[in-house]
Each structure stands twice: as structure tokens, then as C-alpha cells.
Design a protein around this ligand. Structure first.
Ligand code: SAH
Ligand code: SF4
Length: 404
């Protein structure tokens, strides 16, 4: 029988007792479920279609399944596992932050960023992009000194179903959230860049990436996993048959500085990190994005830009010989109490130009969601309480709170 407390397919740690979300059922679980219930095997495909293609988890709505069977499922499974506790809107309706409560009282955040066609450089008349940034853990154990999530500690891993459900829930809302007809009515990209370190929860991360590909129909190139530099995770990404995009959060080009910003660097220093990326590039023949949060007076000087250029310029894609590293600069989004500041525009431009002088492709990430604390690295649910949904409501000057 299907065991509520374990996850036979993904191997993810059991995370909550009681009825499970239908999103926690993988293809093999669904097949077993039909077998036990004496239902024909095509019912598994019907149920999967409701969950993954239509993003509907309400058993009442699944009228093509026999009523008696649905009633029996309802005794063991909740439709959805996450509770939408809050929804905030920023950037004139183009950015949305969702706070999802998890069974057991923890919570995580997901951020939707919508882009019109022009901003995306697509042909006029084509639809733009809808990118969802999802969480893989409640909090994070990596403790990066500049990151709100890291500074508020680690609560627990998410299951595959909890990662996937963030995508399903926001996707289902997209039509009604669109600020303009030019915004897409479906998600075009998913980035694992919310709360948590994806490769510290690898089975749920890969389980979700596969399901987004096979079930939700996203291409591997529409999926990006960002890691702080867990070398075993990068090695797995090189071997995994699903060729998603990889982003590596580097933030410093010397061990002395990186040790201070990213404690994991003491375990996997820069040389090991770059060696793992080199293996990845050799196996995949794909470019890797290096994320660099630019922090005023800490890592934003021209000599640091030069070191970064010297570190990454030798990385080449075998065959084509083109640069394997793309540098993505993120002007730091300040978190009160952490003592770090964002650099001046001129420092950002000087840094960008110095890196570019090494021939590397460089971009500066546009700041989205700052007014609703939804920008990169600002996610932490409720001030002072890692991953707990209860507490004072988040308020925001620019953000309009639309649901609780
Ligand atoms: N744990 C993963 C993914 C989540 S963090 C990782 O670290 O890659 C997503 C990105 O936001 C990382 O590059 C992270 O370093 C960056 N970040 C964290 N705090 C930030 C802040 N306050 N301002 C700008 N970027 C930040
Ligand atoms: Fe964790 Fe990434 Fe934040 Fe570091 S930057 S603490 S790895 S979420």
C-alpha cells in the first residue's frame, strides 16, 4: 500500500504526518494506488493530468473519476498540501510574492516575475516571460552572512510534492494575475532560487525538476537550479539526464573573501568549485551562470572584478571554445540588521566593465520585488522566526496585500 509517511520514489525525508497532498504522489505511487483500489491503470494518467497539466487538485472537480473512488481518496489525501497565507503585489502587478504555509506550521515563499515581450527582446506580438522563483527548504543551513534566509536558520527540507505544488498553485492563478494581456497566461520558466540550497535537498530538487519537465511540460532549458557551490551537487548535475541550467553563486574570487561571505567555502574552496564546474561544462557543453551579489565596500572593487575575470575567463566550452561562464551581477538587496549595503550605480557599471574587459559575457540583474521584500535573497517569511508562518503580518510600503 502507499505509505503516507514515506516517499518511495524520491527518497525525500518524511516531512509531515497525517493526510498527504496529492502532489506528493509520483507516477509510480499513482500506479500503485490504482492497483490497490482495483481501478484500471489509465485512471493514474487521468489523475496526473488533473494535477500536472490542469493544475487542479480538487477531487470534487475531477468528474471523470468515479465518485466512490474519489471519496476513498479524500479519506487519505488532502487536495493541496500548501496553504496560501499571503499574496503581495509589487512593481505595478508585474511581481507577486506568495507565502505558503506547510503542514506542521512552517512556511516558504515563492516569487513570480512577469515580463512583457519588449523587455524580453522577443518579437512584437509574442508573449513575454513568466518566471517563478521557488523554495526547496524552509530556511537554509548554509549561513551566508549577507543572506536573509541564511541568517534566519534552517527549519526543514521540502518534499518533492511541496516544491512542485508551488509551481502548480501559482500557474493556476496566472490568468487572473496578469497585469496586461502582454503577460503570459502560463509559466515559461522556473528558477530554484528561493529559500534554501537546492543541492542540500537533492532528491526533492531533482524529483521536482523531473516532474516539471515530464508532468508540467517545461523544457529542461526553462528550468534553472542555483547552488551556493555544493560540489557533489554540481557533479550530480553533470550526470543527471535532465540538462537544466546551472547557476553558481560565487560572490568572491578569492578564498579569503569568500570564506567570510559563504561559510561553505571552507569545505569546498574556489579551486574545487571551479574544478566541478569545469567537469560540468565538459559533460554538458553548456554555459554556467555565475551569480555575484555586489556589496558596497566588500566585493565591489575593481581589483575584485579583475580577479573574477581572471578566475572565470579560462573556463571554455569544449569544441566551440566560447566562454563557459556568464557573470550575472546582482546589486545587493539590503536586509535590515545585516550591515551590508548596495553599491552605487557607478561602482556597478565599473565592476561590469572590468569583468567584461576579460571577454566574459556580463549582465546586471534588474531589481524586482524590492518593495515587497521579494527581491533576491530577501526571502525569510516572518522577521525573526525562521520558516514559521505565524506572527505579525508583513507590511510593505510599495506592496499591496491582497490575500491572507
Ligand atoms: N541557495 C541558493 C539559491 C537561493 S539564493 C544559492 O545561494 O545559490 C538565490 C541568489 O540570491 C543567490 O545567488 C544568493 O547568493 C543571492 N542573494 C542572497 N541574498 C541576497 C541579497 N540580499 N541581495 C542580492 N542577492 C542575494
Ligand atoms: Fe542559503 Fe543561498 Fe542564502 Fe546562502 S545565499 S544562505 S545558500 S539561500
Amino acid at each position: 500500500m502507499v505509505q503516507p509517511a514515506s516517499h518511495p520514489v524520491t527518497g525525500a525525508r518524511p516531512v509531515a504526518a497525517g493526510p498527504r497532498s496529492l502532489y506528493d504522489l509520483e507516477a509510480a505511487d499513482l500506479a500503485r494506488l490504482m492497483d490497490e483500489a482495483g481501478e484500471p491503470s489509465y485512471r493514474a494518467r487521468q489523475l496526473a493530468r488533473w494535477l500536472d497539466r490542469r493544475k487542479v487538485a480538487d477531487l470534487e472537480a475531477m468528474t471523470d473519476l468515479p465518485a466512490g473512488f474519489r471519496a476513498r481518496l479524500l479519506e487519505r489525501f488532502t487536495g493541496v498540501g500548501l496553504t496560501l497565507e499571503r499574496h503581495q503585489v509589487g512593481d505595478g502587478g508585474w511581481t507577486h510574492k506568495f507565502l505558503f504555509g506547510l503542514p506542521g506550521g512552517d512556511s516558504v515563499e515563492s516569487v513570480l516575475m512577469l515580463y512583457p515581450p519588449a523587455e524580453d527582446g522577443l518579437l512584437p506580438g509574442r508573449q513575454g516571460r513568466a518566471t517563478l522563483c521557488i523554495s526547496t527548504q524552509a530556511g537554509c543551513a548554509m549561513g551566508c552572512t549577507f543572506c536573509a534566509t541564511g541568517q534566519f536558520g534552517f527549519t526543514r527540507n521540502l518534499s518533492t510534492g511541496e516544491v512542485v505544488e508551488q509551481v502548480a498553485r501559482v500557474w493556476a492563478l496566472l490568468e487572473e494575475l496578469r497585469p496586461a494581456p502582454a503577460a503570459p497566461g502560463h509559466l515559461t520558466n522556473v528558477v530554484f532560487m528561493g529559500m534554501g540550497e537546492p543541492f542540500a535537498n537533492p532528491d526533492a530538487t531533482w524529483g521536482a525538476a523531473w516532474r516539471l519537465h515530464n508532468g508540467f511540460g517545461l523544457s529542461a532549458r526553462a528550468i534553472t537550479i542555483s547552488t551556493v557551490g555544493l560540489v557533489p551537487g554540481i557533479r550530480r548535475a553533470a550526470r543527471e539526464p535532465l540538462a537544466v541550467n546551472l547557476a553558481v553563486s560565487v560572490h568572491a574570487a578569492t578564498d579569503e573573501l569568500r570564506d567570510r561571505l559563504v561559510p561553505l567555502n571552507r569545505t569546498w574552496p574556489i579551486a574545487d568549485l571551479v574544478a566541478a564546474v569545469r567537469e560540468y561544462v565538459a559533460a554538458r557543453r553548456r554555459r554556467v551562470s555565475f551569480e555575484y551579489a555586489l556589496i558596497r565596500g566588500v566585493n565591489d572593487g575593481p581589483e575584485q572584478a579583475d580577479s573574477l575575470g581572471r578566475l572565470l575567463a579560462p573556463l571554455r566550452v569544449p569544441g566551440s571554445g566560447g566562454h563557459a561562464a556568464h557573470v550575472n551581477l546582482i546589486p545587493y538587496n539590503p536586509t535590515p540588521g545585516l550591515g551590508f549595503e548596495t553599491p552605487s550605480r557607478s561602482a556597478v557599471h565599473r565592476f561590469r566593465d572590468t569583468v567584461a574587459a576579460h571577454g566574459l559575457p556580463v549582465s546586471v540583474r534588474a531589481n524586482r520585488g524590492v518593495g515587497i521584500d521579494a527581491a533576491c535573497g530577501q526571502l525569510r517569511t516572518v522577521a525573526g522566526r525562521p520558516g514559521r508562518g505565524a506572527g505579525p503580518p508583513l507590511t510593505s510600503r510599495a506592496g499591496e496585500e491582497v490575500a491572507r
